[in-house]
Design a protein around this ligand. Structure first.
Ligand code: COS
Length: 401
């Protein structure tokens, strides 16, 4: 495997002019500038995705960026999770290194349910360590037979004398085998569908938990199947209310959906920047590739797809942060986040494909930035709610509001 050398040619830096839009405040603008400066100086060998992910978590923690994943009361940067800050962080990190974005995002997603519903003791035990990069977090929801259909999960949590006992399997778990703890969703009432699921914090060293089955994917990042064989958990491992796990999972995903859109946006912006640089440099038929109207039309289309994705992404983040009537927890916000995730990931796939096409043969050479982005983007249309799930959410919302 050829490493995705990080960062790519330094003459390309992440754009920031869109931050002048009224969705953002001055604190967001300076956050973006500091982050662009920091990220463009990092050098991480990404040939081993697990080692690189650890390295990124440590760097992101030391530099203070992970503090945006948790609230200030537990070592975070701001009083509450700020969706626009998360969007800026993910968009910028993904522009430079999709793996850096992954490392950042999983700290947030893996600890999000503890931020939302943890007891003070749970929050104190996990959140400051997540913010420092001392503990790596993971979110264990999917199962071999329960991806989009979360409610059909089978991992069973039964009451035991000292607490709970977990038996079953999770799969496609990001940071599997690397994480220090897994926020795990399990059935506590097998007959109750989505109302019979509860969340638990499971430490990686819990007896009976096996995270050694790593899964290799087209854009390498830490991923594994988890086996829970009679994992005994204390009462204090229950996260949130008993049988309240489905809503907690949905609320956690809601926070981060706009940020998945932002990651896609960062990758699309990088592909456009690469395509523009290539079009200006490449000579063919006695002129620059950029001088052909066909090229200009393609770049124009990429730009429009990116702008559409950006506006939906920033709108969703702004609604969550600032709107009382359409903000966090409202169906209108869920729909806005779904529209952002759907559009940004689908548009980014098209933009990156167009960039590969503009690069011609070089576009498919292993090790080219656009070749790597082509593989990186694909999973974003599937994970944290596939495009089809976002369409269902939007369709349901259209019919009921
Ligand atoms: N916030 C809070 N509550 C929510 C919610 C949200 N975003 N979405 C649903 N709920 C609640 C509903 O209000 C409903 O509550 P009641 O039981 O009190 O009525 C309950 O959860 C069930 O909702 P619904 O009937 O809409 O659930 P469905 O089983 O129809 O599933 C989808 C809805 C498909 C949208 C959901 O299962 C989903 O998002 N699946 C994708 C999951 C996913 O992202 N998987 C990837 C794993 S992470 S990589």
């Amino acid at each position: 495997m050829v490493a995705f050398e990080h960062p790519h040619p330094h003459n390309i830096s992440a754009p920031t002019t869109h931050l002048e839009l009224p969705f953002f405040g001055d604190a967001h603008r300076s956050l973006a500038q500091d982050l662009v400066a920091w990220t463009s100086e990092q050098r991480v060998d990404e040939s081993d995705d697990r080692a690189a992910c650890r390295n990124w978590v440590q760097r992101l923690g030391s530099a203070g960026w992970l503090r945006y994943c948790v609230p200030a009361a537990h070592g975070g940067a701001l009083p509450a999770l700020d969706s626009r800050a998360l969007v800026i962080l993910r968009e910028t990190l993904a522009f430079y290194s999709p793996l850096a974005d992954f490392a950042f995002a999983m700290q947030g997603l893996g600890s999000g349910a503890i931020t939302l519903a943890g007891t003070p003791a749970q929050q104190a035990a996990y959140l400051p360590a997540v913010a420092r990069g001392d503990k790596i977090a993971a979110f264990a929801l999917s199962e071999p037979e329960a991806g989009s259909d979360v409610a059909s999960m089978r991992l069973q949590a039964s009451a035991s004398p000292d607490g709970w006992r977990l038996d079953g399997e999770k799969t496609w778990i990001s940071n599997g085998g690397l994480a220090d703890f897994y926020v795990t969703f399990a059935k506590t009432d097998a007959q109750a569908g989505s109302r019979g699921i509860s969340a638990f914090v499971v430490d990686a060293d819990t007896a009976g938990l096996d995270a050694s089955a790593h899964i290799d994917v087209m854009a390498p990042h830490p991923l594994a199947t988890l086996r829970y064989a009679g994992c005994e958990l204390p009462h204090s491992a229950l996260l949130g209310t008993e049988n309240g796990g489905f809503k907690l999972a949905m609320q956690t995903l809601d926070i981060f959906r706009a940020s998945v859109a932002a990651a896609a946006l960062g990758m699309a912006r990088r592909a456009l920047a690469e395509a523009v640089a290539h079009a200006k440099a490449r000579q063919m038929f006695g002129q620059r590739l950029a001088d052909f109207q066909l090229t200009q039309a393609k770049l124009g289309e990429m730009r429009a797809l990116i702008d559409a994705a950006a506006l939906l992404t920033y709108r969703a983040a702004w609604l969550r942060d600032c709107s009382t009537s359409q903000g966090a927890g409202t169906p209108a916000y869920t729909a806005a986040a779904a529209a952002a995730k759907l559009t940004a990931t689908e548009n980014a796939q098209r933009v990156i494909d167009m960039a590969v096409q503009l690069f011609g043969g070089r576009g498919v050479r292993v090790g080219e930035v656009v070749e790597h982005l082509y593989r990186d983007i694909r999973a974003l249309r599937i994970y944290e709610g596939a495009s089809e799930v976002q369409l269902l959410i939007l369709g349901k919302h259209a019919l009921t509001h």
